[in-house]
Ligand binder design. Structure first.
Ligand code: FCB
Length: 468
């Protein structure tokens, strides 16, 4: 397969997140986050691993920026750790915490790489969790204050801001499935968490706009959902899942209204007790871009609820069951590799949401069974094939008229893959967790060559300049 040719103005980057790469969890005044607590709870994270050291990006960021400069990316998406900036989630910021992001931003700019900041990639200060966390409306207001603190410090140099990463995971994996921090299995409180995350997003958009912080967006992980059969029941199951995974986020943000399918999905759990008048106006504030993370499709069938009494269900107990895809390659995450569904998802979103803002693909990539050979080289052909095929799929979405402006590989480095710990490797660069040495994989070299060819076309072809 040859490399796809994408429009020269399309921007390329790599992405990471604070808790997955930084380490240095005891540096400065950094307070504990819900992920520090979750990692220390026996049985939660594979092998009891934690983000204490991770890739030590906090100390090795210069080396990592140099790797990115060599790679030739336009953009680097990283997240700011809220508990580093405000150790207890409020009040005066810790100067040492903010200074780290100052240095990182400056180092990126010196290397000609544009920083793209995610304000929240799941590491809620534990002190806020102790007061109710995302189930509490107050956390949304604390988040808006934190957003303003970071914007006031960095908006002279940062032009693209992402409020939240995948609030679906925070709300439902965190409070209904229990596979992410804080790790509870709740009903209405999980829906309250979803609403407060949305409110936090909207309030932060207001703060970022007031601080004149350039372009503002959010990163969601809408799923491409397929019914296992054409039966009425399986299709209805997909629609319930679409509400949980996609619509409860996209509808209020892009259309200013919650989906009418809430009742069918959650019954009495979605009692709206956590919503206040005016919230939807805040949540629906206009955005400059929508970040989309995409890895794989999901196939579903109708299934019995785990709990018979609707009032006692968790918010994830919506009467659906995942069905495996047969005859396709799966990554080490167990995710099927079906690149065409990436095109399908983007085209489908574009059709469903006429006001879809310009899209940034803020994450895409694969975890593979990378093994260094005798000389330490990682020949990760599967990852190259995955990325190539997904870029080709992206190109087809562009041809179909979807307005995509940028694409980020997840991830620059192998890193702490949440409940899976360190053995799921997504990096273009291998991290040796014994020595913390970085070793570019074959996929890194492939991406570098791909980007060099892409940049060469920028100077060859006349392009229509676009805002941003
Ligand atoms: C996404 C997360 C990111 C990473 C990838 C594999 O859901 O945003 O942190 O873990 O999955």
């Amino acid at each position: 397969m040859t490399d796809p040719v994408l429009p020269p103005e399309l921007l390329f980057g790599t992405a990471t997140a604070a808790y997955q790469v930084e380490g240095a969890t005891h540096e400065g005044a950094r307070g504990p986050s819900i992920w520090d607590t979750y990692c220390r709870t026996p049985g939660r994270v594979a092998r009891g691993e934690t983000g204490d050291v991770a890739c030590d990006h906090y100390h090795r960021y210069r080396e990592d920026v140099a790797l990115m400069a060599d790679l030739g990316v336009d953009l680097y998406r990283f997240s700011v750790a809220w508990p580093r900036v405000q150790p207890t989630g409020g009040g005066r910021p810790d100067p040492e915490g903010l200074a780290f992001y100052d240095r990182l931003v400056d180092t990126l700019l010196e290397a000609g790489i544009e920083p793209v900041i995610t304000l929240y990639h799941w590491d809620l200060p534990q002190a806020l969790e102790d007061g109710g966390g995302w189930r509490s409306r107050d956390t949304a207001h604390r988040f808006a204050e934190y957003a303003r603190v970071v914007a006031d410090r960095l908006n002279d140099r940062v032009r693209r801001w992402i409020t939240l990463n995948e609030p679906f995971c925070s709300a439902f994996l965190g409070h209904a499935v229990g596979r992410h921090a804080p790790g509870t299995r709740e009903g209405t409180p999980a829906l309250a968490a979803a609403h407060h995350l949305l409110l936090a997003h909207g309030l932060a958009v207001g703060e970022l706009r007031a601080a004149a912080s350039g372009q503002v967006g959010i990163t969601l992980n809408p799923d491409h959902l397929l019914p296992a059969t054409g039966s009425e029941a399986d299709r209805a199951a997909v629609e319930r899942a679409r509400t949980l995974h996609n619509r409860v986020w996209l509808d209020p943000i892009l259309t200013g209204a919650y989906p009418d399918s809430e009742e069918e999905t959650w019954g009495p759990l979605a009692d709206g007790s956590y919503r206040a008048e005016g919230d939807l106006d805040i949540i629906g504030r206009s955005l400059d871009f929508l970040g989309i993370n995409y890895y794989r499709p999901i196939m579903l069938r109708d299934a019995p609820h785990t709990e018979a009494d609707p009032a006692r269900r968790t918010a994830a107990d919506i009467g659906v069951e995942q069905v495996p895809f047969e005859g396709v390659r799966h990554t080490t995450m167990g995710w099927p590799v079906l690149p065409d569904t990436f095109t399908d998802l983007l085209v489908d979103l574009d059709r469903r949401y006429p006001d879809l803002p310009p899209v940034l693909i803020t994450e895409n990539g694969s975890a593979e069974d990378d093994r260094p050979d005798g000389s330490g080289r990682v020949r990760d052909r599967e990852r190259v094939d995955y990325l190539r095929a997904h870029l080709a799929a992206l190109s087809r979405a562009l041809e179909a008229g979807v307005d995509v402006r940028g694409y980020f590989v997840w991830s620059l480095l192998d890193n702490f893959e949440w409940a899976h710990g360190y053995d799921k490797r997504f990096g273009l660069v291998r991290v040796d967790y014994e020595t913390l040495e970085r070793h570019p994989k074959d996929s890194y070299r492939w991406y570098r060559d791909f980007l060099a060819a892409h940049r060469a076309r920028r100077t060859q072809e006349p392009t229509t300049p676009r805002e941003g």
